[in-house]
Design a protein around this ligand. Structure first.
Ligand SMILES: [Fe+2]
Length: 390
């Protein structure tokens, strides 16, 4: 085990290091709390034996910092002190200390306590390995369900996969979504339309406005059906609830429960938003640069204004990515006749200068350079890659 000894008394530090080394542990030393904290941050430490009173961070402060780390493996903490009152022991244990030993140190007692630490650290590692295996199996099970949907209907499976990707992106951007919720949102998004497996394709391919009453009923039942399918598995129940709610709308006109506003869990709002966005692109065939208009029509109706704002931000990023594939940013000095402008050129004030799709000639290039010389536009413009001769 990697053991850190933190003590400002050089005699204790030397004595403990010698003993722990003799017990076949790798020993690290720190003469004060701050050095101990730096060592913990930079080195994989399994057990800390720390003095209570130290310069800089004291033993309790060091313990609290260690316990505040949520993304690291467990460190077993033994606090050493001359203070042995019951109140102090309780205070230490409440701060996250695992064990407590008083000075002068009884080496046999310390050895026994280090052995307890070794057992706890090993148990924690075994547990973590098993959790990783279970998590991986769980994810594979979800992917298997998702593939079943794809076998049933290519479009449906693809839609769910893309929706999951976008819902996770939205979840990561949302200030009220914690890391622990993201896998639940991803699971629910991957399976949000699983209740449609079994729905006749003739109904699936219709627009909702084209459905007659019983068809609409059958279609709407997919949300509750989906909840029942995945809710059979106990650990999937939180995701099942989001599946049930993925057609609720901000204005309360969704289904199955007619929830509105903040009564709809954020996860369900994000899945609904991602699904709608994906449908705009893949079913509605709306180009990326026209999505903003379509999204504005959902603001406050199907989607909350906050979620619409987040989708608009993602849409801008996607447009830039798309532009990078088809367009090239060139300096004014590199422009040549025959090239085609890819996006409207605007002054720094926003005023319009030149339209997208304008083909350059010497006169137009001189005009752009003039605007740049008077400080009205930047020195670069977007040009259609296809018009650039290399
Ligand atoms: Fe759906």
């Amino acid at each position: 085990m990697n053991i850190l000894i933190a003590d400002d008394d050089p005699v204790t530090l030397k004595l403990l290091s010698a003993r722990l080394g003799a017990w076949h542990h790798t020993v690290h030393q720190a003469a004060d709390g701050n050095t101990a904290w730096e060592t913990i941050r930079s080195t994989p430490i399994d057990i800390v034996v720390s003095d209570w009173m130290m310069p800089g961070l004291d033993g309790l402060q060091l313990c609290r910092r260690i316990r505040d780390r949520h993304d690291a493996g467990y460190i077993y903490l033994i606090l050493v002190s001359t203070q042995d009152s019951k109140a102090n022991i309780v205070r230490g244990l409440e701060s996250g200390v695992d064990d407590y030993i008083t000075k002068p140190i009884d080496m046999e007692a310390l050895r026994a306590r280090i052995e307890i630490g070794v057992r706890i650290v090993n148990l924690e590692r075994t547990l973590n390995r098993k959790i990783k295996i279970i998590t991986a199996n769980h994810y594979q099970t979800i992917c298997m369900f998702s593939k079943i949907m794809e076998v049933f209907d290519d479009d449906l499976g693809g839609h769910c996969r893309r929706t999951a990707k976008l819902a996770v992106e939205l979840a990561r951007r949302h200030p009220d979504v914690g890391d622990a919720e993201i896998p639940i949102i991803e699971t629910a998004a991957l399976l949000h339309d699983i209740g449609m497996v079994g729905t006749p394709k003739a109904i699936l391919n219709k627009r909702r406005t084209e459905m007659v009453d019983n068809e609409r009923q059958l279609y709407q039942s997919h949300a509750v059906m989906g909840e029942h399918i995945i809710g059979e598995i106990e650990i999937m129940k939180p995701a099942a609830l989001l599946v049930r709610m993925h057609h609720e709308q901000n204005n309360g006109k969704g289904f199955p429960d007619g929830l509105s506003g903040d009564d709809i869990p954020i996860g369900a709002q994000l899945i609904s938003a991602a699904s709608m966005y994906d449908n705009m692109i893949h079913k509605g065939k709306i180009p990326l640069d026209r999505i903003a208009e379509a999204l504005q029509r959902t603001r406050g109706y199907q989607l909350s204004p906050q979620v619409v704002e987040m989708l608009l931000e993602i849409n801008v990023v996607q447009q830039h990515e798309q532009a990078r594939k088809t367009d090239q940013e060139l300096s004014l000095d590199d422009l040549a006749a025959g090239m085609v402008i890819a996006a409207n050129v605007r002054m720094k004030t926003g005023a319009f200068v030149m339209a997208a799709d304008t083909e350059l000639d010497d006169y137009v290039i001189d005009k752009l350079k003039h605007y740049h010389n008077i400080g009205a536009i930047t020195a670069k413009v977007l040009i259609r890659k296809s018009s650039v001769r290399t």
